[in-house]
Design a binder for this molecule. Structure first.
Ligand code: SF4
Ligand code: SF4
Length: 82
């Protein structure tokens, strides 16, 4: 499951530097997660790093259009970093 940034985003820039997959980019007005690059941090970290640093509640949520299993997320990570 890739994650998604919603309208609660204040463009604070905390999340962009911590993403291991460089999946987050500066958008206008809110930041954007590239669902093809987000692995929910599977492969790199124990939990989603963007969620850890985001100061807003319920701002980074699951992307319903990218439902993926843990195994699929690991494969995605390996493809990105292969
Ligand atoms: Fe990047 Fe991890 Fe957040 Fe996905 S969950 S956007 S891989 S920091
Ligand atoms: Fe937006 Fe949260 Fe990222 Fe800040 S950390 S830019 S509020 S998604």
């Amino acid at each position: 499951m890739a994650l998604l940034i919603n309208n609660a985003c204040t463009a604070c820039d905390a999340c962009e530097p911590v993403c291991p997959n460089e999946a987050i980019s500066v958008g206008d007005p809110i930041y954007i997660i590239d669902a093809f690059k987000c692995t929910e941090c599977v492969g790199a970290e124990d939990e989603p790093q963007c969620r850890l640093v985001c100061p807003e509640d319920d701002c980074i949520v699951e992307n319903p259009d990218f439902v993926e299993s843990e195994d699929e997320l690991q494969q995605k990570y390996d493809m990105l970093n292969g």
